[in-house]
Structures are given as structure tokens and as C-alpha cells.
Design a protein around this ligand. Structure first.
Ligand SMILES: [Fe+2]
Length: 194
């Protein structure tokens, strides 16, 4: 018997159908992550060309390549963290699911603990650090648990599939300086969205 592999097209079809039913976040995470699990279990889920850092531009040791953008907002990208790649704490302003395809990523989660009453300032406390391996998924839950830092502490690229509820391109988001508390607003013009 031939087993048909669960493809990117299967995933976007099933996830769009799920979103059409106007689910709550819990349902998105329950059903959506089950679909993402099937997708990352397929070793051919993304093209081979999408598994290496860009090697050029402002972040040559990184890559975020668009796989799908739906009118619903559903956005799927292939993200590569090169050896030693790092991004500091930032938020996402939408739900997200990150599935690991190759190698490992270390994610540190932060909680915002100030009163939001000083413009441009946030006090963050570290919540937890975990290292995710192929076949594992980490969830971004707005507003309660969506600030993270990512590090590839290994000596080779890590490949992931990122799924978001909205098009992150152009969306105003926040990055955080842990030492000074300064918030820096940023917008990504392409899909540099991790
Ligand atoms: Fe992120």
C-alpha cells in the first residue's frame, strides 16, 4: 500500500477550512497543530532550496521564505536559522505555530510584568527556555505567551515551518531590550517574521 504524504497544499487546505469555521485560539491550536505535525513529519514538505540560509543581504545567516499567504490572513513560511543565529525578544501580535523540520532551536519565553503605563518601556521576566527538535511544535499565544527569543546553539542550520494567523509583513511589532527595558517598534517589509 502506498502512503500519500501530507503536503503543504493539504496543510493550507485543511487550515483554511478550519479558519473558515471561525474557531477560538484553543481550537486553532488543537486542530491546526495536528495538521502541522503531519506536515513536518513529511520530509519533502518544503523544497530543498528552502533549507539553507540566504547567504546574502542584511541577515545572511538566516532565511524566511514564503510558502503560502491566504486571504484569510493565514501565512506559512519556511524559516532557517544558520549556525549561531540569534534574535532577541520580540512579539508577534497574532497566533503562531512553529514546527521543527531539521536540527534544533532553543527558544526562551518572556512574560511582560510591568503595567504598560510608560510609553516605550517594558519589563520582561524570563519564563522558560526549551530546545525543540524535529517533529516538535511550539505555540505563540497572543497576548499571554508570545514573546520569545530564538537561538541556534548548534553548528548547522535549523529548518522550521512557521504558521501565523495574519500576514506579518508591515505589521507593527515590538522588540525588547532586556537590560534597559526599551521597546523598539519594527515592521518587516518582506516576510522576515520569526
Ligand atoms: Fe518570533
Amino acid at each position: 500500500m502506498t502512503t500519500v504524504k501530507y503536503s503543504l497544499e493539504d496543510f493550507t487546505h485543511d487550515t483554511e477550512a478550519l479558519l473558515e469555521s471561525q474557531p477560538g485560539n484553543q481550537q486553532i491550536f488543537d486542530k491546526g497543530s495536528a495538521c502541522l505535525q503531519r506536515l513536518i513529519n513529511n520530509p519533502d514538505s518544503i523544497p530543498k532550496d528552502f533549507r539553507a540560509p540566504l547567504g546574502t543581504g542584511p541577515r545572511p545567516n538566516h532565511a524566511s521564505r514564503m510558502l503560502y499567504q491566504g486571504e484569510s490572513g493565514l501565512q506559512v513560511t519556511a524559516v532557517v536559522w544558520g549556525a549561531g543565529d540569534h534574535v532577541g525578544p520580540h512579539d508577534h501580535r497574532t497566533w503562531g505555530m512553529i514546527g521543527i523540520l531539521e536540527n534544533a532551536i532553543t527558544e526562551t519565553r518572556y512574560r511582560r510584568v510591568d503595567d504598560h503605563d510608560v510609553d516605550g518601556y517594558a519589563k520582561l521576566e524570563k519564563d522558560r527556555t526549551a530546545t525543540f527538535k524535529p517533529g516538535e511544535i511550539t505555540l505563540l499565544i497572543p497576548v499571554e505567551d508570545e514573546i520569545h527569543q530564538m537561538d541556534n546553539h548548534t553548528d548547522r542550520p535549523t529548518v522550521e515551518i512557521h504558521v501565523y494567523g495574519n500576514d506579518l509583513r508591515g505589521m507593527e511589532r515590538n522588540s525588547f531590550n532586556l537590560e534597559t527595558g526599551k521597546i523598539t517598534k519594527f515592521r518587516t517589509t518582506k516576510w522576515d517574521n520569526c
